[in-house]
Write a protein that binds this ligand. Structure first.
Ligand code: MSP
Length: 522
């Protein structure tokens, strides 16, 4: 076990215990298109964000965690039409965004806000932002002639096309567009962007993505068309309403409007600049090229970090609508529990790399890591404590088991969730091994006091495990606290650094042995 000083040292100046409680941590997910219901890929980003949100809240930060829906997209309109709702697009959007909102609720996601880009607060922000950029002289009128991919909602360079006609991501033909548009002087910010990236090595993560972005900024970035005349969806350009604002220009501004830009300047100043934009690797160019340039133009500070995670396939195959292989996160949650889905995604996919989602491997991990290891440990310790200690917490011995808190904190902060879980599972496995080796049941008759001491140790270890699990598997952590006779809300309200110190379990507390946490699958 590390001392308090060590923990403070680990967490570094920025996160020290003296950190005033008003220190903020603002993080975001992309706002999702709602032409369909959420799939496991969307859930992945949102779960990553939730782990971070819970973690930073736990260590004392004032966390704002924003997600939402990107509604001014032509593809949402097409989806409404396909659903026979062409006269009711607004209602369709209401229903769909509600579905997304509810999904995150059911999945136990602790977002602090949910922004829809059709909301008034967003329109106000976009108007303010457009005006600021226009004032800087960064918007001009020109003719756009080129390719557009409806799937990406993006303008595509001829050099980026596959076989000269297809979008490389969607494998679909792009459309030729020629119309008078408003342009954003993106190239004006080329040098400033490159400088920012060099001066802030932590801005783009993982590092492997940096080269892709630098290459794009240096060699491929051109001024961007930021309005469409042919679009039926979109926010009208304030000074020229027959144009509609390009959906990405509008969507990125959500990161400002959700914390009050244009509507609640005090709140905005409190949370901006954002600490972390979590995105998939598909949209990193928008977040590391266009977005910081837009912010520079509007005179706002730049994000501290954009973290791009990889994409995953389903049983080795790309997830796609036409293949119908998208996985509904709610169904996995219903069958196994939300925590199990979280555990699997964080354990199995190295955050930043591509990965694969397999139901078979999920079921395997459920049975081994969760059932045979964590679940079994809780079950047997609680069972023995009932038997040998009369269902009460005995004295907690001073001798401690080493918990790798230092590595755990470092890993979570670096989004190396699998390493963080290694730290937890090391404790779980060692505890199981200890029980197997010591065989308390075989020595109880001869030496009851040694067994009671062991129980005190193991029960406190369960409490430590629960604390390690709070950000990652919050419902499981609650269940362990509950079985230990702790009131979950009270335990979680304790100052973190006090709560994780060895010996927090009080002698004499009534234990509440519960059901098996990860029962065998039928
Ligand atoms: N609306 C834009 C984002 C605007 S943000 C200002 C958009 N939306 S989206 O609905 O297409 O969601 C994209 C995000 O979903 C990806 O960046 C990624 O976070 C997540 N994923 C979608 N498919 C995924 C996988 N197959 N694997 C992992 N994540 C995936 O783009």
């Amino acid at each position: 076990m590390h001392t308090e000083e060590e923990i403070i040292h680990v967490i570094g100046g920025e996160l020290s215990r003296e950190t005033p409680p008003s220190q903020t941590y603002y993080l975001t997910t992309p706002i999702y298109y709602i032409n369909d219901k959420p799939h496991i890929g969307h859930a992945y980003t949102t779960i990553l964000g939730d782990v971070l949100a819970r973690y930073y809240r736990l260590i004392g930060y004032d966390v704002a965690y924003a997600t939402g829906t990107d509604e001014n997209s032509q593809k949402n309109v097409s989806a409404a039409i396909a659903a026979g709702r062409e006269y009711d697009v607004a209602l369709y959007l209401d229903e769909m965004s509600d579905l997304w909102k509810q999904t995150w609720k059911e999945m136990n996601i602790t977002n602090t806000d949910f922004i829809r880009t059709t909301e008034e607060r967003h329109l106000v922000a976009v108007l303010k932002f457009w005006t600021a950029v226009e004032k800087t002289g960064d918007i001009y009128k020109g003719t756009y002639s080129g390719w557009y991919c409806g799937g990406c909602e993006a303008f595509i360079l001829e050099s980026e096309l596959e076989n000269g006609e297809n979008c490389a991501i969607h494998k679909k033909r792009v459309e030729k567009i020629e119309e008078e548009n408003y342009f954003f002087r993106l190239t004006k910010y080329r040098t400033a962007l490159l400088e920012y990236i060099t001066l802030h090595p932590e801005f783009i993560e993982p590092d492997s993505r940096k080269h892709e972005i630098i290459n794009y900024i240096k060699d491929h970035m051109v001024d961007m068309s930021i309005s469409r005349q042919s679009a039926t969806a979109g926010i009208p350009v304030p000074t020229d309403p027959k144009h509609r604002i390009y959906v990405w220009f509008d969507a990125l501004i959500n990161y400002l409007s959700v914390i009050g830009y244009g509507t609640d300047e005090k709140k905005f100043a409190h949370y901006w600049p954002v600490n972390m934009h979590l995105v998939g690797k598909d949209i990193i160019k928008f977040h590391c090229g266009l977005w910081p340039a837009m912010l520079m133009s509007a005179g706002l500070q730049l994000p501290k970090k954009v973290f791009a995670h990889g994409f995953f396939t389903i049983e080795g195959i790309k997830m796609s609508k036409s293949l119908g292989n998208a996985i509904d996160p709610l169904e996995v949650g219903k069958r196994f529990g939300n925590d199990v889905l979280r555990y699997f995604l964080l354990r199995e996919i190295t955050c930043g790399d591509d990965g694969d989602f397999s139901m078979k491997r999920l079921a395997d991990r459920y049975q081994t890591d969760l059932g045979n290891e964590l679940g079994n440990l809780v079950q047997r310790v609680m069972g023995m404590a009932e038997k040998y200690c009369g269902g009460r917490v005995p004295v907690i011995p001073l001798e401690q088991t080493q918990v790798r808190w230092k590595e755990y904190h470092e890993a979570i902060q670096a989004l190396r969730f699998s390493s963080a879980l290694d730290c937890v599972w090391e404790v779980v496995r060692n505890a199981n091994k200890f029980i197997d080796a010591q065989k308390p049941w075989a020595i109880y008759n001869e030496n009851p006091s040694a067994v009671i001491l062991m129980m005190g140790h193991l029960l406190e270890l369960l409490r430590q495990i629960a604390w390690l699990l709070v950000p990652i598997m919050p419902q499981s952590a609650d269940k362990i606290f509950d079985q230990l006779g702790l009131t979950v809300s009270e335990e979680l309200q304790r100052p973190y650094y006090e709560a994780i110190v060895w010996g927090g379990l009080k002698e004499g507390t009534h234990l509440k042995k519960g059901e098996s946490m990860f029962p065998r699958l039928s």
